[in-house]
Ligand binder design. Structure first.
Ligand code: G3H
Ligand code: 13P
Ligand code: ZN
Length: 327
């Protein structure tokens, strides 16, 4: 059993306090491997942004649960070595059970999500509460979810949105005592977020629901999942190099900026990182068919990921330069 504190990680409490006061969103970047972690540390370190490193159940199985603890610690140590003064949280993304959340807490995670959004309301509260009890004794933060995002979630496949019902949020938060709440206002996971033909037809997120939730919860951290913008540059690069991503559209950046002004304190991004890596690897291998050294394509992919993260922190989330206000 190891506490995240020993690894130099932090929970999300102060991050969220400052994000709410200063109206920006903490990035929740998902990782599966070393290069993604390095890119996040460098990208967030260079932009002086706090960061939540997210591990899905699938990522945990892929990377190995024991390895992850050392990756988390390695990220903290790498940041120190490079002289970055940033706060790093290690977070379980879309945890599907109390047992999984407990196991992550016991192996050094500083934050966990219990995603009971697909469960019946009372059951969602009950398990969230159980996770909160265990987590709070150890000063670990807990994210919960109300409402269902369309698209593919790890253990949830949903064809339709089930928007969060604002009438439920106060009761849910007060009874479950979760530290942040993910809500469904029209975002969804993956590269195909909207069934539209053209970018111009992408609908607005349900800012009315967001505002209502915000009014009811006051200064309380709200989380948006499924918030990649599905950057056109990388979709094009993938398609020019043998890929076949058609009608892939994400959340327009101006809508994400607006969300941060309406009280969203954490924005989750996985797909954009996947697109960057796939685009660069495809391009390099297409142009250099004899290349067999992974460093020659994963290195440039990592560099492009750093640039993508820096730009997002600066231009979309507003998290750049905020680390100095936390701690
Ligand atoms: O919300 C889901 C994340 O994008 C993680 O995806 O389950 O394929 O690792 P994954
Ligand atoms: P995207 O698929 O939009 O990147 O969303 C990621 C996410 O919500 C991880 O929990
Ligand atoms: Zn998610």
């Amino acid at each position: 059993m190891i506490s995240y504190k020993k690894l130099g990680l932090v929970n999300t409490k102060k991050m969220f306090e400052v994000a709410l006061a200063r109206k920006f969103a903490i990035p929740g970047y998902n990782i599966n491997n070393l290069e993604q972690l390095q890119a996040i540390i460098i990208g967030c370190g260079e932009t002086e942004s706090p960061v939540i490193i997210q591990i899905s159940q699938g990522a945990r199985a892929y990377a190995n649960q024991t390895m992850l603890r050392y990756l988390g610690e390695g990220g903290v140590e790498m940041a120190k070595e490079k002289g970055y003064s940033i706060q790093i949280a290690l977070h379980l993304d879309h945890g599907s059970s109390f047992e999984l959340a407990k196991s992550c807490i016991d192996s050094g995670f500083s934050s966990v999500m219990f995603d009971g959004s697909h469960l019946e309301y009372e059951e969602n509260i009950k398990i969230t509460q159980k996770v909160v009890d265990y987590a709070h004794e150890r000063e670990v933060s807990v994210e919960a979810e109300l409402g269902i995002l369309a698209g593919i979630e790890e253990h949830v496949k949903s064809d339709v949105h089930q928007y969060t019902e604002p009438e439920q949020v106060e009761d849910f938060v007060n009874r479950s005592k979760c530290d942040s709440l993910a809500i469904a206002i029209g975002t969804s996971h993956g590269a195909y977020k909207f069934k539209v033909e053209r970018e111009e037809d992408i609908p607005e997120l349900r800012f009315d629901i967001l505002q209502d939730v915000r009014k009811r919860l006051g200064k309380y951290p709200i989380v948006l999942h499924g918030s990649s913008s599905v950057l056109k540059k990388y979709v094009t690069m993938i398609n020019q190099n043998g890929g076949a991503l058609e009608k892939a559209f994400g959340i327009p950046e101006e809508q994400l900026r607006k969300a941060t002004q309406y009280g969203v304190s954490k924005i989750n991004i996985d797909t954009d990182g996947r697109l960057v890596v796939t685009a660069i690897v495809r391009k390099i291998l297409a142009e250099n068919p004899k290349e067999i050294d992974p460093r020659k394509y994963l290195g440039p992919a990592r560099q492009e990921l750093i640039e993508m993260i820096k730009r997002k922190n600066k231009m979309v989330l507003g998290s750049a330069g905020q680390a100095k206000y936390i701690s």
